[in-house]
Design a protein around this ligand. Structure first.
Ligand SMILES: [Zn+2]
Length: 324
């Protein structure tokens, strides 16, 4: 497909509909038993959760478009993160045997920073303070979880490469600069690798990662994935070239900027359909993160990986992730 060089800087303003069409063959699971032709969510509560999360995400993005978000106010909390441990050893034993259906939560974080008094409800719905995020990371380690990467999951399925027991994946969306300032040091302190999904038009814009920050995170062992070029609802793009630019073009831009291969894609708003999945494969991604419904993965769904928004409090986090 042709690759046209006409960047558009847009944020989604249209209502969410036609979220996802699953009409390719798949193995029914406890979590995915549904008509393959339907856009139906797995449960009513899942739909409600999905809508809340995406409404919050859309509202947040719209409110905080990179040209009009107020500048960040530095906090004295920064001092707490000045000393960064470089310990990274995670000892773990692998899963006993290969299993297609994996209970592997993929957590999605958006905002990690001190709360502002004027934060809207939509922001609070997806925001954690650095202290809460740090506590969650500590809890994972103390409760028997092992942070793995999308590549670990991919190799587990493709090559039967052993995977740690109680695996969990950490991911961050949209490339907010606050993630660099607050979450990145905490990840390094705990020796965790996370994947940061960025949409390329945001890079070097106020409130978003700079190219230098992306390179610094890469150098520290973090993974950068693509989240498209302009963060649209891909399912609402009918022009195939435009779709290709979002999916493949963003990969090429990141690879040119960073000098590394980009293997992971995250569908903006978790919205995709068969055409989009096929393009993600054709573009050369090795996996793609999809909807927000379950934590169950399977070999047939490397391009529809199931994710969940990270709980925003420790109470919710403990309830969701019982000690192993
Ligand atoms: Zn996003």
């Amino acid at each position: 497909m042709r690759f046209k060089n006409n960047l558009t800087k847009t944020f989604p303003t249209r209502p969410h509909k036609n979220h996802k069409k699953r009409n390719h063959k798949k193995v029914p699971t406890r979590a995915t038993q549904q008509s393959s032709q339907e856009l139906r969510p797995r449960t009513a509560s899942a739909l409600a959760t999905f809508c809340i999360i995406n409404a919050a995400c859309m509202s947040f993005l719209t409110q905080n478009a990179f040209y009009n978000r107020p500048p960040y106010i530095p906090s004295s909390d920064q001092a707490a993160y000045a000393e960064i441990s470089t310990t990274s050893a995670q000892t773990s034993t692998p899963l006993d045997q290969f299993a297609d259906k994996l209970d592997l939560p993929i957590l999605v974080y958006h905002i990690v920073r001190p709360s502002y008094p004027d934060d809207s409800a939509s922001v609070r719905a997806i925001a954690l303070t650095p202290e809460t995020f740090d506590a969650q990371m500590t809890y994972l380690k103390e409760s028997g979880y092992h942070v793995v990467t999308f590549t670990d999951l991919e190799y587990y399925y493709k090559n039967k490469k052993p995977l740690s027991r109680n695996p969990i994946i950490l991911s961050f969306d949209d490339g907010w600069k606050d993630q660099f300032q607050y979450a990145f040091p905490i990840l390094k302190k705990h020796g965790y690798t996370a994947t940061f999904f960025v949409f390329t038009n945001s890079i070097d814009h106020k409130s978003f990662f700079s190219l230098a920050q992306l390179k610094e995170m890469l150098a520290a062992g973090m993974i950068i994935g693509s989240h498209s070029r302009t963060h649209p609802y891909l399912t609402q793009i009918t022009n195939q070239d435009a779709l290709w630019r979002e999916i493949s073009g963003s990969k090429k831009i990141l690879e040119d900027l960073l000098g590394v291969r980009i293997h992971e894609f995250a569908y903006p708003f978790g919205a995709y359909n068969d055409t989009i999945v096929a393009m993600a494969k054709k573009a050369g991604y090795r996996s793609a993160r999809g909807d927000y419904f379950t934590g169950v993965q399977s070999a047939n769904h490397l391009y529809e990986l199931s994710a969940m928004n990270a709980p925003t409090t420790m109470d919710l986090f403990r309830k969701k992730f019982q000690p192993k």
